[in-house]
Design a protein around this ligand. Structure first.
Ligand SMILES: [Zn+2]
Length: 410
């Protein structure tokens, strides 16, 4: 490809016109894809979207002063597309802004050098419309976002074209390209490991079938000395069975609670032994078996389902889970109930995510600390159960929702 372009250049077919055209087209698709991803409704807030558009403009401006060659342009395009692919998978503003900056830098060095022709700007517009047509049903809100993004992108491209270029030495291009790619790789790993919905990095189940009218209530980080039995009693009073992902060290602290949940017909799952920040990085992941051992001591059998603390996982951890004939389950909606005392807010958040097939994440414990105060959930649970009934949804155990096994001999 490059050689062909060089030949075309030498043959006098214009100053790399084919290269410029290819580059403009690729950039258009990258920018269109990125903006479409960024505008995905409900993924990030309006403020974050504004930051993202600003980051795009800044990236295009910054790129005027960055090293430039064909290899870097291709690298920039790949980085931009990767960032655009990752962005809709995240719903937190910090990650969205970092990805937007990576996207903008990538798109910035891939974009056509000055002057930005009218065809580039028309291409931008066409790319955006095509991407939206492909990926989204256009609502009024989406349409408004599209218009804002198109205007912002066209303005950024035009303004960037008026800035003088001052390209540093070639050696810096290599350094810059390497740093950009390394940053992108690190962040790709981070998103893969931390995002519940990302399945390409040892992912797990995040949703059940949507045609049954059933949801699963799941409770993590227990058993908890104060709350778990109260939660069990509330569920029983509503004739509902829950799924409890328990932490091994908390099971060992008081195996009777685990035994009571099991005898009462609730489903138990494995949620690591220590529930700490780092042990999930161990490729052998001994935490899994250690917790299975705690279950064996408490109830004489071992769970089939596993949920990683904080949703953190690596492909190695996923392999250890498969080797144990277990299934990894994440969640589709979380109440953030570890960070608030407002039980109505917890109920509102969970009910907002309660659609048929939803896997709802709540916490009867905190990080496997058996004496953590979980009054917020004890108060929120009746509201949640009432809300589910009002929506015509029935709460079932995860093994029923997903049609999987419950326990295995160990
Ligand atoms: Zn947890």
């Amino acid at each position: 490809m490059m050689a062909t372009m060089d030949r075309l250049d030498r043959a006098g077919a214009g100053p790399g016109r084919l290269w410029l055209a290819t580059r403009a087209a690729a950039t258009t698709v990258a920018i269109g894809f990125g903006l479409a991803a960024m505008s995905k409704p409900d993924t990030v807030g309006v403020g974050a979207r504004l930051l993202i558009v600003l980051a795009l403009g800044a990236g295009l401006l910054a790129a005027r002063r960055l090293p430039a060659n064909r290899t870097l342009a291709v690298v920039g395009g790949v980085v931009a597309v990767t960032a655009a692919w990752l962005l809709p998978q995240r719903d937190d503003v910090a990650a969205a802004v970092i990805l937007a900056v990576l996207f903008a830098l990538g798109a910035g060095i891939a974009v056509e050098p000055p002057p930005p022709s009218r065809s580039t700007q028309l291409g931008l517009l066409a790319g955006l419309i095509a991407m939206f047509a492909l990926r989204f049903t256009v609502s009024q809100k989406t349409l408004l976002i599209v218009v804002v993004c198109v205007v912002a992108a066209a303005t950024a491209a035009t303004v960037a074209g008026r800035f003088p270029t001052r390209r540093p030495r070639r050696g810096r291009a290599v350094v810059f390209g390497t740093v950009l790619v390394a940053t992108m790789l690190v962040f790709t790993g981070y998103v893969g490991a931390e995002t519940p919905g990302a399945t390409w990095f040892g992912g797990g189940t995040v949703h059940g079938p949507v045609d049954t009218g059933e949801v699963a209530l799941t409770f993590d980080d227990g058993p908890n000395l104060g709350a778990t039995r109260k939660i069990m009693a509330i569920l029983d009073a509503h004739d509902v069975k829950g799924t409890f992902f328990e932490v091994g060290k908390a099971i060992d602290a008081d195996p009777q609670i685990t035994r009571a949940l099991y005898d009462d017909g609730h489903l138990l799952g494995n949620h690591s032994y220590n529930h700490d920040q780092w042990r999930w990085l161990d490729p052998r992941y001994p935490e899994l078996q250690r917790t299975q051992d705690a279950f064996r001591r408490a109830i004489g059998t071992c769970p089939v389902l596993y949920r990683p603390p904080h949703g953190d996982r690596t492909p190695f951890l996923a392999q250890v889970v498969r080797d144990h004939h277990m299934r990894m389950v994440l969640w589709s909606a979380s109440a953030g109930d570890w960070a608030t005392n407002d039980s109505r807010l917890v109920a509102r958040r969970i009910l907002a995510g309660a659609h048929p097939g939803a896997i709802l994440l709540l916490h009867d414990g905190l990080d496997g600390n058996p004496s953590a105060n979980r009054d917020v959930l004890v108060k929120a649970l009746p509201l949640i159960l009432q809300g589910l009934r009002d929506k015509g949804l029935s709460a079932v155990r995860l093994d029923r929702l997903l049609g999987t096994g419950d326990y295995q001999s160990c």
